[in-house]
Design a protein around this ligand. Structure first.
Ligand SMILES: C[S@@+](CC[C@H](N)C(=O)[O-])C[C@H]1O[C@@H](n2cnc3c(N)ncnc32)[C@H](O)[C@@H]1O
Length: 342
């Protein structure tokens, strides 16, 4: 057994182990978050702060489980102590409570069934294919299984709601009447645009099973008259014409560069002269910052054929398709909009 003093011996252990150790334990943080979400811990504490004993009782957790989970979330800063009670930190209250606008609840809850585990990642890296649903293609799996489509679409909605509001705020909609939201999913982007800009009509163009869901989201958001959903296949069909803007939000990152270039070319073909393409993505800078965006390429390995792109790579695709003026703007958090004019 190594004596503790040996570990401090600068000759035997000249390099600090904390960065490696912290990276190793980081996966426990997402596991604790997802477990807390599924147990309803954050919803409970949103109602009112509570003692550890009371939390354990209400969630049916014994002393050891409750100490392990609450201790983890407290050291992560998501729970804060107020006297003898635990309460939610401000960000936990904003992003971990079910059904709050912009909450990441759906995204994190999906981790329980579809965790990016070392095993799924290893398989995806070795085979260079998505492994999340075993051998099945994720989009075909959604078409076959509406419940999977629903869970995935809810997760995407929860990722997209907040940046969607950011996008709606920064876009210049002068001269824009109609937006084609290609692979629009829940319609999170279209809903935010329609809410902020009363003159806009947005069409979510996605697989039929997803269009059903987009219509539900639009109804709930009370914008069903201006957020429509039309089934289509972005690879098998030309993009519908007659729209001033084509929006690709988190679409290019699902596909390899050559398929991305095809989609950008199809957008160019469908747009009128003066029409615009809006690309909304979490971009990776040349120095691999921000880390959160660079790490998403691991999710893309496990879920898709794609990757997180750099601005320079998207500019090359846009130039290849014939787009002329290209501008980039921050929308919210880690997100950016790239706007290109035909
Ligand atoms: C990563 S999600 C993005 C959803 C939405 N744009 C957002 O940012 O929240 C990708 C979307 O592309 C859709 N999709 C995948 N393959 C498609 C295809 N061949 N034709 C149309 N939509 C497709 C999926 O159903 C899904 O809704």
């Amino acid at each position: 057994m190594t004596h503790r003093a040996d570990r401090r011996d600068p000759e035997a252990f000249p390099v600090d182990d904390k960065r490696v150790y912290d990276a190793y334990v980081a996966g426990r943080q997402s596991a604790a978050l997802a477990a807390g979400i599924r147990l309803g811990l954050f919803d409970l504490l949103e109602e009112s702060p509570a003692s550890e004993e009371s939390v354990g009782e209400q969630l049916g957790l014994g002393v050891r489980p409750r100490r392990a989970l609450l201790g983890a979330l407290e050291t992560m800063g998501l729970l804060v102590r107020k006297g003898s009670e635990l309460a939610l930190a401000r960000d936990a209250s904003a992003y971990l409570v079910r059904d709050k606008p912009g909450s990441l609840w759906g995204l994190i809850d999906m981790e329980i069934e579809n965790f990016l585990s070392p095993a799924t990642l290893l398989e995806a890296l070795r085979e260079d294919r998505s492994t999340v649903y075993g051998a099945d293609d994720p989009w075909e799996a959604h078409e076959q299984d509406p419940e999977r489509a629903r869970a995935f679409t809810a997760a995407m909605h929860s990722v997209s709601e907040r940046p969607a509001a950011g996008l709606a705020e920064v876009v210049d909609t002068r001269g824009v009447r109609s937006v084609l939201d290609v692979g629009g999913g829940s319609g999170a982007l279209s809903i935010a645009l329609a809410r902020k800009h009363e003159e806009l009509v947005c069409v979510v163009w996605d697989l039929a099973v997803v269009c059903e869901l987009a219509r539900e989201y639009a109804r709930k958001a009370d914008v069903a008259e201006r957020v429509l959903a039309e089934p289509g296949d972005m690879f098998r069909q030309p993009f519908p014409e007659g729209h001033d803007v084509v929006l690709l939000s988190q679409i290019l990152h699902d596909w390899p560069p050559e398929k991305g270039a095809t989609l950008v070319q199809k957008a160019y073909t469908a747009l009128p002269r003066g029409g615009r393409l809006w690309i909304h993505e979490k971009l990776v800078e040349e120095d691999l910052t921000p880390r959160a965006n660079t790490l998403v390429s691991l999710d893309m390995m496990v879920w898709t054929e794609g990757q997180q792109y750099r601005e320079s790579e998207l500019r090359a695709m846009l130039a290849g398709a014939g787009f002329e003026r290209v501008e980039r703007r921050a929308t919210a958090g880690y997100w950016s909009l790239i706007e290109a004019w035909k």
